[in-house]
Design a protein around this ligand. Structure first.
Ligand SMILES: Cc1ncc(COP(=O)(O)O)c(C=O)c1O
Length: 382
C-alpha cells in the first residue's frame, strides 16, 4: 500500500532519543523540549514557543489563555478537522460556523463579515469594547482561522476584520508549518498560533504540538498551565486548574531531529504537489485546490475535487493507493448540528462530497507518485 502521509525519519532521531534514554531525561523536563520550542518559534518568526502533547491540547490552552468561557462564541470554519471544534467545546463556548470558499476551501470572509455586521453589535463595558451576538447576548471573543491543508486565505483581510470587530485571533496552523502569506508565517498573524506534529503532519514527533506567540505573558502562562499550574519548585502548591499537557523530552528529541531536516521535507512536498498538478491537470473533471495570491503553501496533503470521488476512493484503496475522503463538515456532525452555521449555498457539503486526499508523504518516491497518477488515470479512461 502506498501510504497517505507517513513521517520520514532519516536524520538524528534515533541518536537524540537514545540520548534521552541513556541520560534518563525521558519525561516532561529536559533540554530537547526547550530546544524544540525554540526551533519551531524561530522558524515561524515568533518570539516564543510552548510545546504541548498534541495540537488539540495546544488549541485548548490557547482558548484558556484568552479567557474563553461558556459565555462566549468562537468563530471557526465549517470545514476543519474536528480538533478545532473540540477545543472550543472544551471551554464550554459555543462555536459559530462559517462556510468556506469553493476554490481554496478556507473560511469565506464575506460570510464572516455578513455575520459580524448583521448578527453582532459592539458594546462598551468597563472591561472594554467587544462584539456581542445579538441573538444570544454572548460575547464573540475569538476567531479561529484554520489553514486547511497548509493553504492560507487572505490573512491581511482577516486581521483587519478581527480588528474592526475587536476579536482575538487564534490560528489553527496545525497543518501549516512552512506556509506563509505575504512572506509572514502561518501562526503569527494573531495572538496565538498552534502547530501539530501528529504522525501525518509535514514533520512529526509521533504526537505533539507547539503554541507560538509574541506575547511573553501569554507564553509564560501557557507554560504554567500546561504543567499543572505549580507555583513552587519545592512544594505542591498550585494557583489554577492546570493541565498535564507538556510534551515529553523523548518526543521533543524526535522533533529536534525532524526540524533539522524540515527544509528537505518542505522541498519534497512542493515537488510532490507540482508533479500531481502537472500530471493530473485535465484528467476527468479533476479540480485542484486553488492557492490565493500571496500564499506560499507547504503543500502538506494533496487533495482535489472530482464528481467521481467515491468511485475513485474505492478504486485507489483497492489498488494499493491509500486515499481518504475529506472531513465531514462540522455542521453535519451530531455534536455541532445545533450550532449556528453561516452559509449561502452550503459550499462545505459539496467540498466534502467531491474531495479526495491522495498519498503525499515527504518520503514518497518518484515511482510511487507515478503509480498513483497511473491508477487515477486508469479509472477515468475506463
Ligand atoms: C486542522 C487541524 N487542527 C487540529 C489538529 C489537531 O492536532 P493533533 O492531532 O496534534 O492534536 C489537526 C491534526 O491532527 C488538524 O489537522
Amino acid at each position: 500500500m502506498i501510504p497517505l502521509s507517513i513521517p520520514k525519519i532519516e536524520g538524528n532521531e534515533s541518536k537524540y532519543v537514545l540520548d534521552c534514554l541513556n541520560t534518563g531525561w525521558i519525561s516532561s523536563a529536559g533540554s530537547y523540549v526547550n530546544q524544540f520550542e525554540e526551533m519551531v518559534a524561530n522558524y515561524a518568526g515568533a518570539k516564543y514557543g510552548v510545546a504541548c502533547m498534541n495540537g488539540t491540547a495546544g488549541l485548548h490552552i490557547a482558548q484558556v489563555l484568552l479567557g474563553v468561557t461558556e459565555n462566549d462564541h468562537v468563530i471557526a470554519p465549517n470545514i476543519t478537522f474536528i480538533a478545532t471544534l473540540n477545543a472550543i467545546k472544551y471551554t464550554g463556548a459555543t462555536p459559530i460556523l462559517i462556510d468556506v470558499n469553493a476554490d481554496d476551501w478556507q473560511m469565506d470572509l464575506e460570510l464572516l463579515v455578513n455575520y459580524l455586521n448583521d448578527q453582532t453589535e459592539l458594546r462598551t463595558t468597563a472591561a472594554g469594547t467587544f462584539s456581542y451576538d445579538t441573538t444570544t447576548n454572548k460575547r464573540v471573543r475569538a476567531i479561529m482561522p484554520v489553514h486547511v491543508l497548509g493553504n492560507m486565505g487572505d490573512m491581511d483581510s482577516l486581521v483587519a476584520i478581527a480588528k474592526t470587530y475587536h476579536l482575538d485571533i487564534i490560528e489553527d496552523a496545525a497543518e501549516a508549518l512552512g506556509s506563509t502569506f505575504e512572506n509572514k508565517h502561518a501562526g503569527t498573524f494573531g495572538k496565538i498560533g498552534v502547530f501539530s506534529f501528529n504522525g501525518n503532519k509535514i514533520i512529526s514527533t509521533g504526537g505533539g504540538g507547539v503554541i507560538v506567540t509574541d506575547d511573553e505573558a501569554l507564553a509564560k502562562r501557557a507554560r504554567h498551565l500546561t504543567t499543572q499550574a505549580k507555583i513552587s519548585a519545592m512544594d505542591y502548591i498550585h494557583d489554577a486548574i492546570g493541565y498535564n499537557y507538556r510534551l515529553v523530552n523523548v518526543l521533543a528529541a524526535i522533533g529536534v531531529a525532524q526540524m533539522e531536516t524540515f527544509p528537505e521535507a518542505l522541498k519534497a512536498k512542493k515537488a510532490m504537489d507540482a508533479f500531481y498538478r502537472s500530471e493530473l491537470e485535465g484528467v476527468g473533471d479533476i479540480k485542484f485546490q486553488e492557492i490565493p495570491e500571496g500564499t506560499n503553501p507547504n503543500c502538506w496533503l494533496f487533495t482535489f475535487s472530482t464528481s467521481r470521488m467515491r468511485e475513485l476512493l474505492e478504486y485507489l484503496n483497492a489498488n494499493g493507493v491509500q486515499s481518504r475522503p475529506f472531513w465531514m463538515p462540522m455542521n453535519q456532525l451530531e455534536m455541532f448540528k445545533d450550532d449556528r452555521y453561516i452559509t449561502k449555498n452550503d459550499v462545505s457539503a459539496s467540498v466534502y462530497q467531491n474531495s479526495i486526499s491522495i498519498p503525499s508523504s515527504a518520503g514518497i518516491t518518484q515511482e510511487q507518485l507515478e503509480t498513483v497518477v497511473r491508477i487515477i488515470r486508469e479509472l477515468y479512461e475506463m
